[in-house]
Design a protein around this ligand. Sequence first.
Ligand code: GUN
Length: 350
Amino acid sequence: MTAELIDGVAIAGKVRSEVASGVEKLLADTGITPGLATVIVGENIASQTYVRAKRKACAEVGIQSFGHELPAASTQSEVEMLVRQLNADRNVHGILVQLPLPDGLDEEAVLAAISIQKDVDGFHPINIGKLGMKGRDPLFVPCTPDGCMRLLEESGAQFSGANAVVLGRSNIVGLPAAMLLLKRDATLTVCHSRTKDLPTVCREADILIAAVGRSEMVKADWVKRGAHVIDVGINNKWLDHPSDREMVCEISGETFTAHRQDESEKGGRKRVGYLDEKSGSVYLREYLPEGRSIDGLVKLFRRHKLVGDVDFEEVQEVAGYITPVPGGVGPMTIAQLLSNTLRGAQAAGG
Ligand code: GUN
């Protein structure tokens, strides 16, 4: 059997067009344009990429976005002061502080400073607490797990009484996903690094959500025939290349496996880029005319492909329904953020 693909791009497209209509109606009815404030502290390249995508998606559905970038050396009170300003800003209906924060900042205190009415990430302790409690409803649910639930619903998963296994217990995905499944009356198992015999536990799952950040860890013999498999992982898989070799960086002295990427000439000097297998950094060796060479760390580029936590090729032969990577959960995270921001603005207008 080959599993049916759960098309996150198409389902996210549906959510986005619902949001776009909602934004238009809200503006017509109340004159309110929904606004999302994004906050990045420091220069985490992945965070910058994610937030850029979130802001672009806002623009596409008519949500205003307000970008704030604070230096990595910002103090706790500077970050919290910005959050309080955004809490008070009538044009802002959602606040997203991109995680992780740089070392030294207290994430828990920053998230607790966000007004629960604007907590579109659903990470405020009151929202996350209500998510875990019977009979209580949070104002907002974290975007990635909420997106996973929508993908499961759209692919016809039955929750009540189903065996659901969540691989990973992160605050951002695994834990809230588990609470959402429990709210829908699934019989829940949460697995983590100390869990014994993962394949056997996972094989019991009618619904399996993998959110551990380990490339292609879930294999075909971990999966029950016909199961719904949701892959939250987004991992870089370096592609092997015949010219991969051991290198020593002359600056740091570190040994790394590198792949010779390119050879070029600049100003009459030959330059060769070498890629570090582990970090993805590129070391550039520049050959000087007098026969010496200098090495430096330049920028990140490497032949790689994105893979999930699930070995897609193998698992699709066993699962009933499966999300691809990319094109599964990723687009849903942004779509749910837009939807939450619209709801924040509707509540403010109503
Ligand atoms: N970092 C990784 N995922 C997320 C997310 O969904 N929200 C925030 N704020 N930070 C993240």
